[in-house]
Design a protein around this ligand. Sequence first.
Ligand code: GLN
Length: 471
Amino acid sequence: MLADKSISEIARAFRDKEFSSEDLVKECLANIEKYNPQINAFITKIDKDIVLSEARQKDRQGFAGKSLLFGIPYVLKDSYVTRGIMTTAASNVLKNYLPQYDATVYCKLKETGAILLGKMNMDAWGHGGSSENTDFSPVHNPWDLTRVAGGSSGGPAAAIAARMCLFAIGEDTGGSIRNPAAWCNITGLKVSYGRVSRYGCIAYASSFDTVGPMAKSAEDCAIILETIAGHDMYDGTSSKNEVPRYSQKLATPIKNVTVGMPEEFFQKGLDREIKKAIETAVEKLQKLGVKSKVISLPMIEYGIPVYYLIGPSETSSNLARYDGIRYGETRSNFTGETMRRIMIGTYALSAGYYDAYYKKAQKARTLFIREYEKALNECDVILMPVNPTPPTKIGELINDPVQNLLADIYTVSQNPVGVPSLAIPCGFTKSGLPIGMQLVGKMFAEEKLLQVGYAYQQMNSWHNQKPKLTP
Ligand code: GLN
């Protein structure tokens, strides 16, 4: 399949006229037609004739001197506004919303000539970790259709795994890129806060939200990141730090890199097969000269309470504009999960409770920042699980709200701190379900994470495995 290839292989093939952008787009469209009815990854599909004519136009223009993403089909999580293209955040509240403007990340990809195939299913507003909290029916995991794809960027992850597109832009507030990446056997990067502009990304929790790439490999993520990263005058929190040419430095040797394994993360609650797969991955990395050591992140047990106080507080403020008074939609269009979050957040911010909850959580957040700083002075990269379990059965998490929150234990502490994290495939359970691990680095150390991920993927073919789907 053409879509099994890496972005740089495809760009080379386009240039050498081995196959065309039209061929690749046709293949993706065929896969969407065959597999999407079972997976439900898409909320909006761009009209076939439009995408095919875009591909033909790229083929006519030629590929010499163009970006590696020129003519490559991709998808956006439906949390990015796209002018004139329906944008829902997977909520009935926005089911008729046609934005007046484009998100910066979409503008940048349009400029490089990547071809948008659709807007993807997700947990509404980013609220969830299983893509079941959607008003457009759950996303099914391509590796086992009775299970969830993870969330909240479940649609994008499932679409890449099923070769319906080459890459996607997800959004990660507390794991939403990493969690579905791990459960669908793809690679996903949660960037440092401010690395990529959030302009036009429908806000969940503004001080946690990050915009990042999802693809098959660390190499593909590097190519995408160097296109979408950078300062944006429309997002005051976007960083002015220079954007490295991530893809040029991937092959930097990683010997002498020290990987820290937080002891708290490998104890009770972690599935045995996941633990084993990560330990095996560390042994592999050691063969490349990586040193590993045990570190400690004792604050981690407060990760869930801190995240689930600040996140809902910010979302209650961000979603207040949809209270039904301003735009006429009824607030009963929110799902139970989202209403719960709005209520928790409003409560935590209200007079009398602010000091006890919100302010305390913000103080704990400062302690988290210090703790990660300390840990990342003892090692270059922290390695940890993404999910405590393999993908759950459809219905399991959505019907158990507390378990639903606890499942985020490994991914929610990085966003309050702001540090980047790369999720990569590292094996399968005996029953054939994907396992992922994440590499966390210092602020703006995406380059290092991608190098370690790339080196690991040179020695393994986990990330090239794909699900066996039948139409
Ligand atoms: N599962 C987490 C939550 O529900 C993370 C979501 C996200 O990153 N958007 O808040």
